[in-house]
Ligand binder design. Structure first.
Ligand code: HEM
Length: 162
């Protein structure tokens, strides 16, 4: 406790927000890996239900990732200009937005699965649909793997003029 008491006041909230940023990133990535592993034509009731739940968890974690990122820019980082003046920051944000836009298609698909599942029926998933979802998940995983690299460069000022 003496160690905590000796810390300057803003350190703990800043560490907590950074932790939420990393944790939500890990949850997003884990959820995408699980969805990628589960997706197949005509899934079982258990797998389809797990997909729907996993996507809800993914959505909540993606929101926490965004909010903790914004909090770091505005309050807990190296000053908002340090980020907004760096093109790499905008590439990072753009990649996040692109991955988010891409995940709308799977998300809407899983929401529609919830309708038959609630009636005790199985969703109709063709091989073509499963293949499309597989590809979208592959691209999302590559995007999510690339963002931390952009983040590590951005945090060290790479990309800033002068
Ligand atoms: C629009 C959404 C996002 C914003 C506004 C944002 C913002 C930030 C900020 C301000 C930092 C602190 C950098 C510093 O220490 O100076 C940071 C660090 C980091 N972010 Fe994000 N972030 C976002 C999304 C993401 C996503 C989607 C990921 C992962 C897929 C991610 C991974 C990281 C990592 C790994 C770091 C640590 C970098 C380091 O300290 O070396 N961020 N982010």
């Amino acid at each position: 406790m003496a160690v905590l008491a000796a810390l300057p006041a803003p350190v703990l909230p800043s560490a907590a927000v950074a932790y939420v940023h990393y944790l939500s990133f890990m949850v997003c990535f884990g959820a995408l890996v699980l969805e990628r592993r589960l997706i197949r034509a005509d899934p079982s009731r258990e797998d389809a239900t797990l997909m729907v739940i996993t996507d809800v968890v993914y959505g909540i974690a993606a929101l926490a990732l965004l909010l903790s990122g914004i909090a770091r820019v505005l309050h807990f980082g190296q000053g908002s200009a340090f980020y907004t003046e760096n093109p790499l920051f905008w590439v990072k944000v753009g990649t996040y937005v692109a991955v988010g836009a891409l995940s709308l298609y799977p998300t809407i698909t899983y929401i529609l699965w919830a309708i038959p599942l609630r009636k005790g029926e199985l969703p109709q998933v063709s091989e073509a649909l499963a293949g499309r979802l597989r590809w979208i998940l592959n691209i999302e995983l590559v995007g999510f793997a690339a963002i931390p690299f952009l983040a590590t460069l951005m945090a060290r000022g790479v990309g800033l003029a002068g």
